[in-house]
Design a protein around this ligand. Structure first.
Ligand code: ATP
Length: 601
């Protein structure tokens, strides 16, 4: 196996992504100005005790409705208090109120949205119902009741407001999670053995950060507006003056001293506008879009082959097999309450160290079979089997959590689309080391050592450099090698590869197949490879199982199947696969050092 010639693009990824987003934000005039305004507002709130020239509540009757003067630059209010001092202290209470509202709204909305989007089903339905109900409740009436019950406790009132704003966070988080939860890189994390908590906190939450920050900017403005409105109505007056309360006073004397209304209105208007501009500029910079739920094509996982003869009889003892299925059936619930069976009681067996190809037309049930082995059937699907043996153990009755523990240990998985199976937010090193630490309990140093070792083993040039790279810096071939490295890092006894070369350039396909074959021999793993290409079967498989319509049509040694396929369907598939000559001849040519083309760097 030669090292891959494809090198990483040295360019953009060197810059830290988060920093570059911030820089791009600051480069926009709207972003820089809005942030500047908000920094000033926050500084005024924090430094209020130092900046305020007078006690905001000190009454000097001589100052009643006094015009601006050097000692009182904004004059006095209708009760004889210094307006500037009240405005400065009002900044503090206004920001505090917005802060309380946002924290409560986030604490309620974000975790609920994460859980609803990720787990779906009953929790999603219940949480969505509660969210809708919250929005249907007349919030102002509840706020009035809370104000009366707490004697206008400002903080409690703002916290209550936060509960009513939580549905905004809930819906946003839920829809973002729905958009990413079926991304291949999330499935890849699952298949590598990571638990739900870690996937949620590491891979899913990353996708939620940007929308939540933007939502927070907008919610803060909304909270300030609501707070001012409440104070304007005389509800929830803070002990220190708030801008809304000042507007109330200003409104009452608007005809005689309009400036009393102008100052707090200006402060509130400018702050809310800055928050809105900040939020929309940030959205622009990170290109936050309404997520579109993209369901990945599930032709991914493949399954172990029948250990069988062409008659389908199982040839090994169950406990001696790497994987064995007995009478596996997969059903889906239909809209009319019935059930649709898509895999009809198949038997499959893979011997340790054997390479089994699974071939079949689209919809033949290959993926459903593999998902059943991994216990990762999509929602609505259920499998039943007389037995599912993995690594010499019947796992049929094991709880889901225990089945998941086999992933990354007993079973490694290589997906079809390498790029989308790597999380764009993390370096390659992080993505290789994380499962080794979490699933295999290696120390950081050991995990790093093993990750470097497997990267080198799969032919990556300069592994330390690749460890620091982000997925977008890799070529497709390299990304697939990285995923292969990740799959073998846990030293599984079974490696499942779902059309692992389909997305790759033809020259790289040959290298990846060769690498898989080498690794399979070296690690003595069983390899189950799903492919549409009989050329691939001929290249690396020992046996092949042909599937059609949820059944196994034929199983047997590759040579025998090629020489004398028992089924007409197999003959058709072979003819269709080899007709174009693209697969075999191009792969062979690519393999031949004399004809091998240079791979673009
Ligand atoms: N979520 C689902 N709900 C209902 N039926 C499904 C679902 N997923 C798959 N099926 C059905 O199960 C059958 C087998 O699908 P499967 O994905 O295993 O096919 P496949 O052989 O892997 O095809 P491909 O090569 O196109 O991925 C198909 O008839 C398909 O329509």
């Amino acid at each position: 196996m030669t090292a891959t010639e494809v090198l990483i693009d040295p360019g953009p990824a060197a810059a830290p992504r988060r920093g570059s987003t911030f820089t791009r934000f600051l480069k926009r005039p709207a972003g820089a100005v809005s942030l500047g305004v908000l920094v000033i507002v926050v500084l005024v709130a924090v430094l209020a005790p130092l900046l305020s020239p007078h006690d905001p509540n000190f009454v000097d009757l001589a100052l009643t409705k006094a015009p601006p003067s050097p000692a009182h630059p904004l004059g006095g209010d209708s009760a004889g208090r210094d307006v500037l001092s009240r405005l400065i202290w009002g900044t503090q209470s206004t920001l505090w109120g917005a802060f309380v509202t946002i924290v409560v709204a986030m604490l309620v909305g974000v975790p609920a949205g994460l859980a609803a989007g990720y787990y779906g089903r009953t929790f999603d339905r219940t949480a969505t119902w509660v969210s809708d109900a919250l929005q249907a409740v007349p919030g102002m009436i509840i706020l009035l009741i809370v104000a009366a019950g707490t004697r206008n406790d400002f903080t409690v009132l703002m916290a209550t407001l936060g509960v009513f704003m939580a549905p905004g966070y809930f819906r946003l988080t839920r829809s973002t999670v729905l958009a990413v939860r079926n991304e291949p890189y999330v499935d890849a994390a699952r298949v590598s053995g990571l638990g739900d908590a870690r996937i949620l906190s590491k891979h899913i939450v990353k996708a939620v950060y940007a929308p939540v920050i933007i939502q927070t900017a907008l919610t803060a403005g909304l909270a300030m507006g609501m707070q001012a409105g409440l104070q304007f109505l005389g509800i929830g007056g803070a002990k220190t003056p708030g801008w809304g309360a000042m507007m109330n006073e200003g409104f009452r004397t608007m005809l005689t001293t309009p400036l009393l209304l102008l100052w707090p209105s200006l402060a509130l208007g400018i702050t809310i506008a800055a928050l809105a501009v900040l939020g929309s500029t940030l959205a622009d910079v990170v290109s936050v879009k309404t997520p579109v739920h993209r369901r990945r094509k599930r032709s991914a996982l493949r399954e172990p082959a029948a250990v069988t003869t062409s008659t389908g009889a199982i040839a090994h003892k169950s406990a001696d097999s790497a994987v064995q299925l007995k009478n596996l059936r997969v059903n889906y619930a239909t809209a009319d309450g019935g059930e649709l069976e898509v895999v009809h009681g198949i038997d499959l067996d893979v011997a340790p160290g054997e390479v089994l190809g699974i071939v079949g037309e689209s919809g033949s049930g290959k993926s459903q079979t593999v998902f059943s082995i991994l216990d990762l059937l999509p929602a609505g699907g259920a499998c039943a089997a007389d037995a599912i043996w993995i690594g010499g153990r019947d796992v049929t009755k094991l709880p889901h959590a225990e089945r998941q523990r086999l992933l990354g240990h007993e079973i490694g998985y290589i997906p079809q689309e390498p790029m989308s199976n790597l999380d764009p937010s993390f370096t390659i090193g992080h993505q290789l080391i994380e499962p080794l630490r979490a699933v295999h309990k290696l120390s950081k140093a050991d995990a790093r050592r093993r990750a470097l070792g497997v990267l080198e083993r799969v032919g990556i040039v300069d592994p330390p450099r690749v460890m620091k790279s982000y997925p977008h810096q890799l070529s497709g071939g390299m990304a697939q090698r990285v995923l292969i490295a990740g799959a073998i890092a846990g030293k599984p006894s079974v490696l499942v590869a779902d059309e692992p070369t389909t997305a790759l350039d033809v020259t790289v396909q040959a290298e990846v197949l060769e690498l898989l074959r080498e690794l399979q021999r070296e690690y003595r793993m069983a390899l189950v490879i799903v492919t549409h290409n009989f050329g691939v079967v001929a290249d690396i498989c020992d046996r092949v199982a042909v599937m059609r319509g949820g059944e196994i049509v034929e199983v047997g040694e590759v040579d025998r199947i090629f020489a004398s396929p028992a089924s007409a369907y197999t003959r058709e598939l072979i003819a269709a696969s080899l007709d174009g000559a693209e697969s075999r001849s191009e792969l062979d040519a690519a393999h031949d050092p004399e004809t091998r083309k240079a791979v673009p760097a």
